[in-house]
Write a protein that binds this ligand. Structure first.
Ligand SMILES: NC(=O)c1ccc[n+]([C@@H]2O[C@H](COP(=O)([O-])OP(=O)(O)OC[C@H]3O[C@@H](n4cnc5c(N)ncnc54)[C@H](OP(=O)(O)O)[C@@H]3O)[C@@H](O)[C@H]2O)c1
Length: 250
């Protein structure tokens, strides 16, 4: 038997980068992957929170501070993380933002567009090209059930999530034409108990630990699309089929 298989410390460790892991789903996923013996690189703007996350598994988690809306700096920081980890097998885009904005204040919409569209596209493109070069890899994004229909309460947020859903479909089509396998997973949560779950009348809100477990499972099963929790799949179907004259009254 080769020495790597006898010695656990030399065993191959999966290298995972999580973009947007200072809090919420990204942080929970970082800790989950570390528990599962992966090496994890995390990013976000709040350095103190990144440090605290690393302190749980200092041997396994490392970080780089970056704002995804600064596209050039983000690529530099991702390249540094890849060097720190010694490679990359999986990249998960969790960075996202959104505000309730029924008054259509553009100042509130702009950060959502810059983060969820510009920042997301920059990271997704960089990761896909990296995986293309190494002829394998897995790209996942946390989009949202919100991306299934427009929203009068949070128009930019839902539209940005629809963009991510559509973009991931484009990448799936591109990947299908390659002579090697690049996996892509579009995770569409309903409501998860984090700072992002905003507004009145939220229902079926699940704890972030439960969401992270379901997300990790969907990614490990190489699902193309996964709803979290699963019951949101049926809500999404109904939402797609609902005639506009009913939807507008909701
Ligand atoms: N919670 C829900 O109910 C729910 C439902 C559907 C989809 N989602 C999606 O899940 C993803 C994660 O959200 P969450 O619920 O875990 O909320 P969260 O705790 O607020 O996490 C958002 C993460 O995104 C990072 N981020 C935001 N803007 C950034 C920027 N400009 N540059 C770099 N990082 C940035 C934040 O880090 P810093 O602030 O430190 O930069 C933070 O780590 C989001 O894309 C969200 O749309 C959430």
């Amino acid at each position: 038997m080769p020495p790597q298989k006898k010695n656990n410390t030399l065993k191959y460790m999966r290298k995972v980068i999580i973009v947007g892991a200072t809090s919420g789903i990204g942080k929970e996923l970082a800790l989950l992957y570390a528990r599962k013996n992966s090496k994890v690189g995390i990013t976000g703007r709040r350095e103190q929170l990144l440090k605290e996350c690393c302190n749980y598994y200092p041997e396994q988690i490392c970080y780089q501070v970056c704002d995804v809306t600064d596209t050039q700096d983000t690529v530099r920081k991702l390249e540094t993380l890849v060097r720190q980890l010694g490679g990359m097998d999986l990249l998960i885009i969790c960075a996202g933002t959104g505000e309730l904005n029924p008054q259509l204040d553009y100042a509130l919409e702009e950060p959502t567009l810059l983060t969820n569209i510009i920042g997301f596209t920059n990271v997704a493109d960089w990761a896909f090209c990296y995986f293309e070069q190494q002829q394998k890899g897995h790209l996942a994004v946390i989009s949202s059930v919100g991306g299934m229909r427009g929203s009068g309460a949070a128009p930019a947020y839902n539209a940005s999530k629809a963009y991510q859903i559509n973009y991931m479909e484009g990448l799936r089509q591109k990947a299908a034409k390659l002579p090697f396998t690049i996996y892509t997973t579009d995770i569409r949560p309903g409501f998860v108990d984090t700072a992002m779950a905003k507004g009145e009348g939220l229902f079926w809100v699940i704890p972030v630990a439960k969401a992270a477990k379901q997300i990790e499972k969907a990614i490990s099963r190489k699902k193309e699309i996964a709803f979290v929790s699963k019951r949101w799949k049926y809500v999404a179907k109904v939402l797609r089929l609902l005639p506009s004259f009913i939807y507008y009254r909701m």
